[in-house]
Ligand binder design. Structure first.
Ligand code: FAD
Length: 482
């Protein structure tokens, strides 16, 4: 049996790794249009700095990331976020304010910091406090994140705290983002405890979340990275595959199906440095395929062979971001930061979505006496910025960054990465859409989908999606043998 995996990002690599374990006598080919594997994950090393071009860490509460690292012998390489700065700033009228201690994504764990924060007006604080008395929603119907937060905690908490935090992470429009598909645990808290504040306080009282009360923003204590960068995870996966498995520099241009039910893949290769030197290659035939490319691409490739599925996949919208990374000498930074980064509310009308003090978050990322900052732009708020050419984007972000942060002089260097249409948006109704997609794929044992468009965008979710796809096709192998 021979199986093709489309896409050599973390989802495709995880699928190939698991498939090779489960069905070692299967021929596996992983195609990627880029001349490298890893997809959006890419670690650059420059002048002693370690620069993550996209994702820079992953959550440990969804276990597949940590488990895979340990399985690959990278357990000792896992590094936790710097415990002394596990807080987040929010920009208000161009200035940085620390988010109230204990405010995590959508809910406060502590009341005093909420009552004393300068970010909210007295009315906004009162409205947030009323959350304790607002009746819980009893039905299971979906709603937007914006609606959910305004309903529970009021407009100010939404606009000044939650919108910037969540937009920063998901590059999303909160008015469209589904609460049930994105952060369902908050609806569970409402349902089980009648109030988000009460739920968080109960967790605190049970001492299960005590460590969280000293943090704000994302739950930083639950994130890890790898000492040599996230590319080292992709390298470790690639090292477990047969050398001929990875077919980088080969773009799939069309997927078809033969009368016997096999898959045909049309490819073109571009192994030279210039994209103009692309030559067509004759179609190859596979018994089964795993699609681990972004779903808009899967949809495009399947539109002639599996129309209904292609139509459903096309419904998942995507946003993109651009990340500019700036290196400085530490003495150019004229303030001491007590947080890992900052988020910018939509109401500030800034070109910056969020900023991360990369070398504070993980100290190994810059040499002693140096400082690394990542600035995010684009998302649903300003999609045009994700595509803006470097020469226009850099001055725009640098000027804005200087207004918010007190920085002297020019950066030592700047790197830019553009991630066009890479972030699937889990809009209202996403769970139902995924069910429809999955019911179409379960009926075909030779087709599996993996990636970030279905059950979570994070790296651990992508790894799990690859594993599940591999397990599905390995079953087919077992059935054939029997
Ligand atoms: C800017 C950014 C920041 C993020 N930050 C975090 C974070 O901090 N933590 C976290 O957990 N997650 C984060 N994520 C999410 C996470 O990194 C991604 O969801 C995950 O890496 C996606 O992996 P993938 O393999 O599914 O897709 P991709 O990495 O997109 O890989 C898909 C591959 O398919 C290839 N391809 C596409 N079309 C074709 C074709 N026709 N033929 C052949 N190959 C093709 C592409 O070249 C690509 O290599 C971030 C994502 C982005 C974009």
């Amino acid at each position: 049996m021979n199986i093709a995996i489309l896409g050599a990002g973390i989802s495709g690599l995880s699928a190939a790794y698991r498939l090779a374990q489960l069905a070692p006598d299967t021929t596996i080919r992983v195609f990627d249009r880029r001349n490298r594997y890893g997809g959006v994950l890419e670690t650059l090393n420059r002048d002693g700095f370690q620069i993550e071009q996209s994702a820079d860490n992953f959550i440990t509460t969804i276990p597949w990331g940590v488990k895979l690292c340990k399985e690959l012998g990278l357990g000792e390489e896992l590094v936790q976020t710097n415990p002394s700065v596990r807080r987040t700033y929010v920009v208000r009228h161009g200035r940085l304010y620390l988010l109230p201690d204990g405010f995590l994504m959508m809910a406060p764990t502590k009341l005093l910091p909420m009552a004393t924060t300068p970010i909210l007006s007295p009315f906004g604080k009162l409205r947030a406090g009323l959350e304790l008395f607002i009746p819980a929603r009893k039905d299971d119907l979906d709603e937007s994140m914006a609606h959910f937060v305004r309903r529970r905690l009021g407009r100010e908490v939404f606009e000044r705290l939650v919108e910037p935090l969540v937009s920063g992470v998901y590059a999303a429009d909160m008015e469209k983002l589904s609460v049930l598909a994105t952060l369902p645990r908050f609806r569970e808290m409402e349902r089980d405890h009648g109030s988000l504040i009460r739920a968080m306080q109960k967790q605190l009282a049970a001492n299960r979340a005590a460590h969280l009360a000293e943090q704000s923003g994302a739950r930083y204590s639950m994130f890890v990275t790898l000492r040599n960068g996230l590319s080292s995870l992709c390298d470790a996966l690639a090292a477990k595959l047969q050398p001929e498995t990875l077919q980088t520099g080969r773009e799939i241009t069309k997927i078809g199906k033969t009368a016997e039910g096999q898959w045909t893949l049309e490819t073109k290769s571009s192994n030279s440095q210039t994209t103009s030197a692309i030559s067509p290659v004759k179609p190859e035939i596979f018994d089964a395929i795993i699609l681990a490319v972004p779903v808009h691409e899967s949809s495009r490739l399947l539109k002639d062979s599996v129309q209904e599925l292609a139509g459903k996949l096309a419904k998942v919208e995507h946003e993109g971001t651009a990340i500019a990374t700036f290196a400085f000498n530490s003495n150019q930074i004229k303030q001491t930061f007590h947080g890992m980064g900052f988020v910018v509310p939509k109401t500030e009308q800034s070109p910056i979505l969020a900023g991360s003090f990369s070398s504070l978050k993980y100290e190994h990322r810059a040499p002693k006496g140096k400082f690394l900052i990542r600035i995010f732009a684009g998302g649903s708020r300003a999609p045009e910025l994700a595509e803006l050419p470097e020469e226009q984007l850099i001055p725009l972000l640098l000027t804005e960054m200087r207004k918010i942060l007190k920085i002297n002089g020019e950066p030592l260097f700047i790197t830019i990465s553009h991630w066009s249409r890479t972030m699937p948006q889990y809009h209202i109704g996403h769970r139902e859409l995924v069910q429809e997609i999955e019911s179409l794929t379960t009926s075909d044992p030779t087709l599996a989908l993996a990636g970030n468009a279905f059950h979570g965008v994070g790296i651990p979710n992508c790894i799990q999606s690859g594993f599940l796809a591999a397990e599905k096709l390995a079953k087919l192998r077992t059935e054939q043998t029997e």
